[in-house]
Design a protein around this ligand. Structure first.
Ligand SMILES: Nc1nc2c(c(=O)[nH]1)N[C@H]1C(S)=C(S)[C@@H](COP(=O)(O)OP(=O)(O)OC[C@H]3O[C@@H](n4cnc5c(=O)[nH]c(N)nc54)[C@H](O)[C@@H]3O)O[C@H]1N2
Ligand SMILES: Nc1nc2c(c(=O)[nH]1)N[C@H]1C(S)=C(S)[C@@H](COP(=O)(O)OP(=O)(O)OC[C@H]3O[C@@H](n4cnc5c(=O)[nH]c(N)nc54)[C@H](O)[C@@H]3O)O[C@H]1N2
Ligand SMILES: [Mo]
Length: 644
């Protein structure tokens, strides 16, 4: 009866989804259709994006359309350039040129590129004047008039490590060819991550190709197969989430009712603390009970050792999951959830492509004591005295029929006839057609032609290269224009004790921590540990060879990993992919994770006061050969006993 604290933001897009509404009026702008890219783009820049690894995952389900488009891009022979501290699978597949900036320094590189355009009078002044707001403010920053630092390619080279000549060559190549910048989301999951995509739009605006076929910038080509032309059909709704509480809380409520999700560990420990968030103040409420459903914070939250301590603050923790995760191991009560195979459900296909609707038929009976999430929540609602308000009198099939029925009605309104429910359920899916105009979709095309008639939902209706609103927040870590901030941990701030910058991006073998409990972990495995990629130069000075077990450590934590010596990662940087199940153990008086959960090393600080997003990369570490006994990775063991 103590109320409910809602979380906003996601771990996927915290920074981009907060900053881009100021810049272009939406947090996730629709990308130019792949058909237009294939036809018109002469250059494709993969900036912090590895779509061959990440694109198979969708918020909904997927037809994996992106794979075919990248195959077509390769077949056509379009020149591609990958800008990434890592030689990615995608770059290898496409044969891309590889440019490796230091992690967290892309904004410096882009500023150097914009400076070069200004210096050589190659900025598209007509586009900047017609379609953007605040170019003079940004230009003053680029030219050093605001802070006394001219952002020349030579300055940029010092920050990002890419030679000035390369920066110059790249920007002129992009300027003289129709260029599509495909930005991933790894570059916004860093400290000051808000700046990356804002600067990306600023660079694209200076190049003046936004709104032209095959030109400009797209921010979701690497996830959910963005850029796949959107099919024309209805969307499914979901079960109501705005049910009014039956009895209002009788307790006095202290603090905000909404927190930015990645700040939850800080919130547990510091009730009453006031933080800045996107122009507002958030007062952390006191959290006494946690119910975690379908997530593995002991894999996803930065600074796992800190989380371990924070997790002890709430009096009760309830976890529902399908498998025995590290988080389940840290719960007071575990409610075993049935997998999608064990109960019926329904979903749209393709977040951006809306290809159709799938009947998720039940394949097997729920195993052991597992129950569907819906059953679990219905039972909890009953005990809280609000079952009717929660279920609206419907069981799972009842909801599936209602959601499908609502989609049918929406279909009627937009002229798309859906089969009756029985036929749909029997066949298993319905697919929608793509309209010609969606095949030919060019992002910002109408806006470019007539920015007044097709104004964006921003302060000025134009692309905001300077935002008076953000400037008004007076944040030191997010100014009124896109800026470069030196990450507090990164190659440029390395110390003697921690000289290497860690990247903890997606593993090709897992969905975050999902599948780590299956045979999948045999693929990402050296001596039962998660691999740690390390450059041959860095390995040599440490006497490390491929196959060695290494301790990766910093002041926050330490983990054991298996060394993989490779020039696919630039010198000074190491990679431990995200998602190995956390297996803490006290070894010789020190608490270490013996398996390789990379968040043991990352920083739990907000991206900035604007988005308060999570940070996955650039943490400083040291790597050393492990000479001690090798503790067993116990984390796949089944629970010793099951309490009913
Ligand atoms: N196989 C697999 N696919 C997935 C997922 C998964 O767990 N496994 N997760 C899915 C989810 S939920 C999401 S939100 C998406 C996320 O997709 P992304 O956020 O795009 O994926 P990441 O691997 O985190 O980052 C993409 C690339 O950014 C690079 N990168 C990181 N930091 C920097 C930097 O500072 N500069 C530059 N230039 N590059 C940088 C990384 O090296 C990586 O190659 O992926 C989805 N796809
Ligand atoms: N260092 C670092 N940290 C990161 C990232 C990174 O790249 N690097 N990526 C971030 C991103 S983009 C994201 S989205 C987050 C992801 O963070 P999470 O979403 O917490 O990660 P998952 O491991 O996918 O956890 C999903 C859990 O749901 C369970 N599950 C699956 N199906 C069901 C079901 O039907 N019912 C229930 N109750 N449970 C189910 C799975 O077993 C699994 O334990 O991680 C973030 N953290
Ligand atoms: Mo994500």
């Amino acid at each position: 009866r103590g109320g409910f604290i809602q979380c906003i933001n996601s771990y996927s897009t915290a920074a981009i989804s907060r900053i881009l509404p100021y810049v272009v009026g939406t947090g996730d702008p629709r990308s130019t259709s792949w058909e237009m890219v294939l036809k018109h783009s002469e250059r494709v820049i993969l900036w912090g994006a590895d779509p061959l690894v990440t694109n198979d995952i969708d918020w909904l389900t997927t037809l994996h359309n992106g794979a075919g488009y990248f195959r077509a891009l390769k077949a056509k022979g379009t020149k591609t350039i990958s800008i990434n501290p890592i030689a990615t699978d995608t770059a290898e597949y496409l044969g891309s040129e590889w440019i490796a900036p230091r992690p967290g320094t892309d904004c410096a590189m882009m500023l150097g590129m914009i400076h070069e355009l200004v210096r050589t009078k190659k900025t598209d002044e007509a586009f900047l004047a017609k379609c953007t707001y605040g170019w003079p403010e940004l230009r003053d920053y680029v030219m050093g008039k605001t802070d006394g630092i001219e952002k020349t390619p030579a300055w940029a080279a010092q920050e990002c490590g890419v030679p000035a000549e390369k920066i110059v060559e790249l920007v002129h190549d992009m300027q003289s060819h129709r260029t599509m910048i495909m930005m991933g989301w790894g570059i916004q999951r860093i400290q000051y991550g808000e700046q990356s995509h804002w600067m990306g739009f600023a660079l694209a605006a200076a190049l003046g190709q936004i709104g032209l076929p095959g030109g400009g910038i797209g921010t979701n080509y690497a996830y959910s197969n963005g850029g796949t032309p959107m099919a024309y059909g209805p969307f499914l709704g979901g079960i109501s989430s705005s049910v009014k509480p039956v009895k209002a809380s009788t307790l006095p409520w202290k603090g905000s009712k909404v927190i930015p999700v990645a700040r939850f560990a800080d919130c547990f420990v510091n009730p009453g603390k006031v933080i800045d968030f996107n122009g507002t103040k958030v007062t952390y409420p006191e959290v006494r009970l946690v119910m975690w459903a379908g997530g593995n914070p002991f894999a996803h939250q930065p600074d796992t050792m800190n989380l371990e301590r924070a997790w002890k603050k709430p009096e009760t923790v309830i976890v529902t999951d399908t498998v025995w995760t590290a988080t389940a191991r840290h719960a007071d009560i575990v409610l075993p959830a049935a997998t999608a195979f064990e109960h019926a459900d329904i979903t749209n296909i393709g977040t951006y492509s809306n290809d159709g609707i799938v009947a998720m038929q039940q394949a097997i009976e729920p195993q052991w004591e597992s129950k569907s999430d819906y059953w679990i929540f219905s039972q909890l609602a009953e005990r809280l005295g609000c079952q009717e308000a929660f279920t609206e009198g419907l069981d799972e099939m009842g909801w599936i029929r209602r959601l499908y029925g609502d989609a049918q009605k929406m279909g009627e309104r937009i002229g798309v006839k859906l089969p009756n429910f029985e036929d749909f359920w029997k066949k298993g899916y319905v697919l929608f057609d793509v309209r010609e105009k969606d095949r030919k979709f060019v992002a910002f095309e109408d806006f470019r032609k007539d920015p007044k008639a097709h104004s964006l939902d921003t302060e000025s209706g134009l692309i905001q290269l300077y935002s008076p609103q953000i400037a008004g927040y007076k944040y030191a870590d997010c100014l009124g224009h896109p800026s470069y901030f030196v990450p507090s941990e990164g190659v440029n701030t390395k110390t003697q004790d921690t000289p290497l910058a860690l990247m903890a991006c997606k593993s090709r073998y897992r969905m975050h921590s999902q599948l780590d409990g299956t045979t999948s972990h045999h693929f990402a495995n050296i001596e039962d540990r998660e691999p740690c990629w390390i450059n041959p130069a860095d390995a040599k000075t440490r006497g490390i060879e491929s196959g060695d077990v290494v301790l990766v450590r910093n002041k926050r934590g330490a983990l054991l990993a298996g060394a993989y010596v490779t020039d696919r990662v630039m010198p000074g940087v190491v990679v431990v992919h995200h998602g190995a199940w956390f297996a803490p153990m006290d070894v010789n008086g020190r608490r270490i994770d013996v398996h390789g959960n990379s968040n043991t090393l990352t920083m739990d600080v907000p991206t900035s006061s604007l988005a308060c997003g999570n940070i996955a990369s650039t943490a400083l570490v040291e790597v050393e050969k492990w000479k001690g006994e090798l503790p067993r990775v116990y984390v796949y063991d089944q629970p010793e006993r099951v309490l009913v």
